[in-house]
Write a protein that binds this ligand. Structure first.
Ligand SMILES: Cc1ncc(COP(=O)(O)O)c(C=O)c1O
Length: 363
């Protein structure tokens, strides 16, 4: 069909994003009761959302016929208070952190430019680069999934516009050190995007560096520790000049009425956030201790664990767990991950116990 030729050439190289499996699809495929399925494939909050956020959604349901404010300043202020910045350093997206990537790519990536991506990592950096006409340049992590700043800097050239550092990294769970981040920032004229989707479960954040570096973006999400994946809210801490450029090209009214209300309420519920983090840290220990005696479990600062189940294949083990009603993530679709890595989100204590039992049976 000749109209297909109108599609931008780099789009042809895109392999569609592979999401974690849903409860509905697994219930149908394996004839299981949806209520018995344990979903640990998408790194969501096993406790659900804060009750205050749910109440705010209900309270605002009667207002959905009205446009939200074009600029959700109150929410940006609340995020600013949470991160220690004024609202002028905060940008938001009503399509999760994925929406932040899209808008930042509109600003910095075009035909002939490049982004550097240490792999294996979150696959949307590659998709969004290609979708904007850019070329993703991949750097392999070492056997412990460490990224060497020198290796990254070795790939920088005059076309490099963005460098993506996921910390803690999805799917490996390890974080980058401030020293290494500084080394990269100090030696490049490109924009460095640190993806902190899982930072609430980690020991350190790089947001403080935005005060020092004009080429740093730190992306965050409400989908993980805040338990609002279904609301699709993301934000980033950025230098003011980037915030101004971002506002010019972001989708108008992108932050909807219900998300704005839920986000503000969730930020106000510190107790719930603390409880969510504690649940993950305890569960992470419970799972890594038990599963560590059966296979290689990598240390994680996130709300998931990456496990090498070789000589078995990730596909085979994930299938066996699915049949038992446990959804985990087969990492085969992550570029550079090989065929024996799986990722399991940390669940509640009871869910984790079921996972451990299933592993004992399977391995
Ligand atoms: C590392 C990383 N970044 C970003 C995202 C996207 O988050 P959001 O739900 O805010 O779009 C995810 C989602 O799983 C992720 O793992």
């Amino acid at each position: 069909m000749r109209f297909k030729e109108l599609v931008r050439p780099t789009i042809k190289d895109i392999k569609e994003y592979v999401p974690g499996k849903s409860i509905e699809e697994i219930a149908i495929k394996y004839g299981l009761d949806p209520d018995t399925i344990i979903k640990l494939g998408s790194n969501e909050n096993p406790l659900g959302a804060s009750p205050l956020a749910v109440a705010a959604i209900k309270k605002n349901a009667g207002r959905v016929h009205l446009y939200p404010p074009a600029d959700p300043l109150e929410l940006r202020k609340a995020i600013g208070d949470h991160t220690g910045y004024p609202a002028t350093n905060i940008v938001v997206s009503g399509n999760g952190m994925d929406g932040i990537f899209d808008t930042m790519m509109k600003l910095f990536i075009s035909q002939g430019t490049e982004s550097i991506i240490p792999i294996p990592t979150f696959s949307y950096y590659e998709i969004a680069t290609l979708a904007n006409g850019g070329k993703p340049v991949f750097v392999d992590r070492d056997s412990d999934f460490y990224i060497s700043p020198e290796k990254i800097l070795g790939k920088v050239n005059k076309n490099t516009r963005m460098i993506f550092l996921c910390s803690p990294n999805n799917p490996s769970g390890n974080s980058i050190t401030e020293k290494d981040v500084r080394k990269i920032l100090d030696s490049t004229g490109a924009i460095v995007f640190i993806d902190e989707a899982y930072v609430e479960f980690a020991n350190s954040s790089m947001t403080g560096l935005v005060r020092e570096y004009q080429n740093l973006i730190v992306g965050r999400t409400f989908s993980k520790a805040f338990g609002l994946a279904g609301m699709r809210m993301g934000y980033a801490v950025v230098p003011e000049w980037i915030a101004r450029e971002y506002m010019k090209v972001m989708t108008p009214f992108s932050m909807d009425v219900l998300s704005t209300a839920a986000g503000s309420a969730a930020l106000g519920d510190r107790e719930y956030l603390k409880k969510s983090i504690k649940t993950v840290k305890n569960g992470r220990m419970q799972l890594s201790k038990a599963l560590g005696s059966l296979c290689k479990v990598y240390p994680s600062e996130a709300n998931f664990l990456m496990i090498d189940i070789s000589p078995r294949s990730a596909k085979e083990v994930s299938e066996s767990l699915l049949k038992k009603g446990i959804i985990i993530r087969d990492c085969t679709s992550f570029r550079g991950a090989g065929k024996s890595l799986i990722r399991i989100s940390v669940g509640t204590k009871t869910q984790n116990e079921k996972v451990i039992e299933a592993f004992r049976e399977i391995l």
